[in-house]
Design a protein. Sequence first.
Length: 145
Amino acid sequence: MTETFHSEIEIAAPQATVFAFLTDPDKIIRWMGTRATVEPHPGGIYLLSMNETHSARGHFTEVIPVHRLAYSFGWEDHENVPPGSGLIEIDLVEKDGGTLVRFTHGGLPDEKERASHEKGWNHYLRRLAVAAAGGDPGPDTSPEA
């Protein structure tokens, strides 16, 4: 049986702005990673280098501009969570002039990986909230960075 992580965060920015921070490589690296290659259409690549040694890879399965993204996800050279083994689902809901981000990472192999990914995603979702709202999240201090 696989594990799933769910999270929600409110961001003081319109859906279109948050969507851009999830799909534009230059905006992505403002809050997560050092290099990004994304082709936000079904079948398009999702490739994110966190640093010189950790890279996540997958393919978009669903793209509904400003409302929803889904893509396979996994780590290159990672036996427990290989590329394509998980599924990221992100729903963007208009709320009080901003955006409610509903985030799900499914397909994690066990509780240890779920907890590890929960810690990482919570860190990066907070950085996304700052960046999308027009702030500077500062240097990334995550152990993965």
